[in-house]
Write a protein that binds this ligand. Structure first.
Ligand code: MSP
Length: 650
């Protein structure tokens, strides 16, 4: 790994409107990558910012009765406050209205003008005002903009052009010789496909008669610079070019420009040829990720389907939000956001898998070993397997991250977490404690504790607030400052005393489950118990003792009859044989998922000692256990092979 500073950038967001989760995603990707690289021991320079010139911004300001700069000042303050909320660790925020940027754009324009790469010409074309771009006659046979589908107007005017065509072959050669320079591979092929046709030169000016809000061309005061030519230059202006070459040489070429797939051509082709004309190296990698979509396609204000990141953070907490976006999306492909999908991910991966590991182990450690981890030899085959898997997981995680395969990297960690939960079941520390085998107990506890530390260090870039809290729970002092680079098995010191166990990912109760428990329609149940999952707000420690658990009598029941409850779409009245003299009457909210005739004769898991309750005038005496399925249905819990009716389950 070289010593060069890892220079990573996000697109500059248009300062014409507020940001949604699609924008947040690009910035979070850069933040996670930056945190990962820092944890790998590299110096990082993380740049983000705002794209403030051009027609869109000018029009948005006008609509609000503000000057463009008043308008962008307001939006930039909002952008920055969103980045603070999302815990974005950027090193620099560049605004294209800043002097340090404008003077570099002027320098670049002058340089290219002087070397003959910019020329004036009469131009006639079809102009799309909202997209601020010209189309050729052939590209708009129906006089409709191929991008935004709005009418285009024919305009003839003098303009200035950048000789993009002159650098076409050089660009093709570069992309062909450097397979990693545009990722994923499919996007690289897309660019090479685009470059098979002859490139037109790029119109880089806008007459002031049409647009005032831009950087003036140094060689013609009647024109301002095309907003993309201006904005792309930010990647070198923020890096110091050409006035602080020491800084520039340390940063350039950028390691990664993270962008969405919608702005691939501008980055791969416009920016690539601009850099070739300036005689500068091209970025090492342009990574184009996919879009977050909802049922109605790509998020956009005009469609009215934008998801506000602030709302998700307020509802679910920051770290689950950060985690979800990257666990769910295969980086490079589109992903669909739904509330249900978010809840399922949260409950399965965070509440059940990761959260449960700590919740299960720490109370046992406190009860049996005064909360202290003792380092012992690995004697069990399963322990040896966990140690080997931990090392393998780190390797796979690092490989995935280096390749921007965020979801794959997380997948490896979750495979490990699931194996760990199985390890707890297999080694049954509660039994070992009863037998009094403290050496074995120490081995099991240390293995789990050390594995939790491994997992937490790896996922810290994704969950920078909660992962350190897991470390604190197993007793790692902050001063130990574990990094991914130095992560080795066995670094949890002998005699570490665990901290206070506290569930960090309380389950989100879905409306369906609440309705089922209460026997009330989902909406009513939701209103009565608004499910907020802000980890910090939960006061109970959520952990129960074995004795607590034993208070719940679970048993196997057999459904003898089932019928619909009048005027209640969701309820079935069941009589369930649990080996008592009389079958129990149970009212269950499962009518939407099961027909009465389909469940008669089925064995089910039932809570036997639940206080009877009247539901729709019927006394219900017990509760059936159910779980939501992956496709959002409901599964009645039944024994995997026929069991004795009425037998206790534990
Ligand atoms: N200002 C230009 C970029 C100039 S870079 C020199 C721009 N700005 S933008 O605000 O419209 O969008 C910036 C980026 O936001 C997109 O390229 C993409 O990275 C991200 N996204 C916007 N909507 C998105 C989704 N629905 N999903 C994922 N990312 C999306 O283009």
């Amino acid at each position: 790994m070289s010593d060069k500073t890892f220079y990573i950038t996000t697109p500059l967001y248009y300062a014409n409107d507020e940001l949604h989760i699609g924008h947040a995603f690009s910035t979070l990707a850069a933040d996670i990558m930056s945190r990962f690289q820092r944890s790998m021991g590299r110096k990082v320079y993380f740049l983000t910012g705002s794209d403030e010139h051009g027609q869109k911004v000018e029009q948005a300001a006008k609509a609000k009765g503000l000057t463009p700069i008043e308008h962008t000042d307001k939006l930039v303050a909002k952008f920055k406050s969103l980045w603070t909320l999302l815990d974005i660790t950027y090193d620099d925020f560049i605004r294209t209205t800043e002097e340090r940027h404008e003077k570099v754009v002027t320098y670049v324009l002058n340089k290219l003008w002087e070397q003959g790469d910019i020329y004036a010409s009469e131009y006639s074309g079809w102009y799309c005002t909202p997209c601020e771009r010209f189309w050729t006659e052939k590209e708009v046979p129906d006089k409709i903009c191929p991008d935004c589908h709005r009418p285009v107007q024919e305009i003839t005017e003098k303009n200035y052009f950048f000789r993009m065509s002159k650098y076409q072959q050089k660009l093709i050669d570069h992309i062909t010789a450097n397979p990693g320079c545009i990722k994923p591979e499919s996007r690289r092929n897309e660019v090479l496909g685009f470059l098979r046709k002859p490139l037109n030169d790029l119109c880089i000016s806008r007459p002031k008669s049409r647009l005032q809000w831009g950087i003036e061309l140094p060689f013609d005061k009647d024109y301002v610079t095309y907003v993309w030519f201006d904005a792309l230059t930010n990647y070198i202006s923020a890096a110091g070019y050409p006035y602080d070459m020491e800084k520039f040489n340390e940063l350039w070429p950028a390691n990664a420009h993270l962008i969405g797939k919608d702005i691939l051509t501008t980055h791969a082709v416009y920016w690539g040829t601009m850099l070739l004309a300036l005689g500068l190296p091209l970025p090492m990698c342009i990574y184009a990720h996919g879009w977050w979509v909802t049922g109605q396609g790509k998020m956009s204000k005009s469609v009215g389907n934008v998801i506000n990141p602030r709302e998700l953070v307020a509802t679910y907490g920051l770290d689950p939000f950060r985690f979800y976006l990257f666990r769910e999306m295969i980086f490079g492909q589109d992903a669909t956001y739904t509330k249900e999908n978010f809840t399922n991910r949260y409950n399965a991966d965070l509440a059940n898998d990761y959260g449960n590991l700590c919740n299960r182990m720490l109370p046992m450690l406190m009860k049996n070993r005064e909360g202290i981890f003792h380092k012992t030899e690995a004697t069990l085959d399963q322990t040896k397997e966990i140690i080997a898997l931990a090392k393998q997981t780190k390797e796979n995680f690092v490989k995935g991250m280096e390749d921007f395969a965020f979801n794959e990297a997380l997948e490896h960690v979750w495979t490990f977490i699931q194996r760990l939960n199985k390890y707890v079941d297999e080694t049954a520390p509660w039994k070992v404690a009863k037998e009094g085998n403290t050496t074995l107990l120490d081995e099991i506890f240390y293995t789990i504790g050390e594995a939790i530390r491994f997992v937490s260090v790896l996922v810290t870039p994704f969950m920078p607030n909660l992962a350190p809290k897991f470390l604190a729970q197993i007793g790692c002092p902050q001063s130990m400052n574990f990094t991914i680079k130095d992560l080795e098995w066995g670094q949890l010191p002998e005699g570490t005393k665990c901290g206070e166990p506290k569930p960090l990912f309380p389950r989100i109760e879905t409306e369906r489950i609440q309705a089922l428990k209460s026997g009330k329609p989902a909406k009513q149940a939701k209103e009565e118990k608004a499910p907020k999952a802000k980890a910090e707000e939960v006061s109970t420690d959520g952990v129960i003792t074995f004795d607590d658990f034993m208070k719940t009598e679970l048993c196997i029941g057999k459904i003898e009859t089932a019928e619909k409850v009048e005027n209640a779409d969701k309820l079935l009245k069941l009589s369930v044989n649990i080996g008592e003299e009389q079958p129990r009457t149970v009212v269950a909210g499962i009518a939407a998922y099961y027909k009465p005739e389909d469940i008669v004769g089925k064995q089910v898991l039932m809570v036997k000692n639940l206080k009877p309750a009247k539901i729709r005038g019927i006394m219900s005496h017990g509760m059936l256990l159910c779980a939501e399925t992956e496709d959002g249905n409901l599964a009645l819990m039944t024994p995997s092979i026929p069991a004795k009716t009425g037998i206790r389950v534990h």
